[in-house]
Design a binder for this molecule. Structure first.
Ligand code: ZN
Length: 162
């Protein structure tokens, strides 16, 4: 069976950036099962897997536009340290949730200089080329239940715990 809409695809994968650093990997975990065509994996990877079969290996470089988007410099802001009254020590890499409950976003501290804290609200992988190394483990037809839910229920479609 080939990867197509309404199939559940099980993959092993390693994701690296252009420096060769591993961003994410299924190594040491169960392989990832996803419902193809539901937009649950990045668009560029979903497109590259279309038409492939179990046993196939797929290597694809997904440009930011087909991944987590380009880096938007308008989402980078500078704040004063005094805007973080409850935080005794601010460090690069810290993440904060800002905004209202309905419309919140996560910002990451990307730089510190004197009294100034630079915050970036882009997705951490925005602007990053995603290099996927994928092995397709299995492809099967999705069950009616899985299609209704929009996600797979385990390897054989019967693992339904919610
Ligand atoms: Zn479900």
């Amino acid at each position: 069976m080939q990867v197509a809409r309404e199939t559940v695809v099980t993959i092993e994968y390693t994701l690296t950036d252009d420096d060769g650093d591993v961003i994410d990997s299924s190594a040491g975990h169960d392989p990832l099962a996803y419902l193809h065509g539901a937009g649950s994996i990045v668009a560029g990877l979903e497109a590259a897997l279309e038409g492939k079969s179990a046993g196939d290996a797929v290597t694809v470089a997904v440009a930011p536009g087909e991944g987590y988007g380009d880096h938007d410099s308008e989402l980078v802001h500078v704040a004063g340290r005094d805007q973080f009254p409850g935080v005794p020590k601010i460090e690069v890499g810290m993440q904060f949730r800002t905004g209202s409950e309905q419309d919140s976003m996560v910002v990451t501290v990307v730089a510190l200089e004197g009294d100034q804290v630079t915050l970036d609200a882009n997705h951490p992988l925005a602007g990053v080329t995603l290099n996927f190394d994928v092995k397709i483990v299995a492809v099967r037809q999705a069950t009616a239940n899985e299609l209704a839910h929009g996600h797979p229920h385990g390897k054989d479609g019967t693992d339904h715990h919610h």
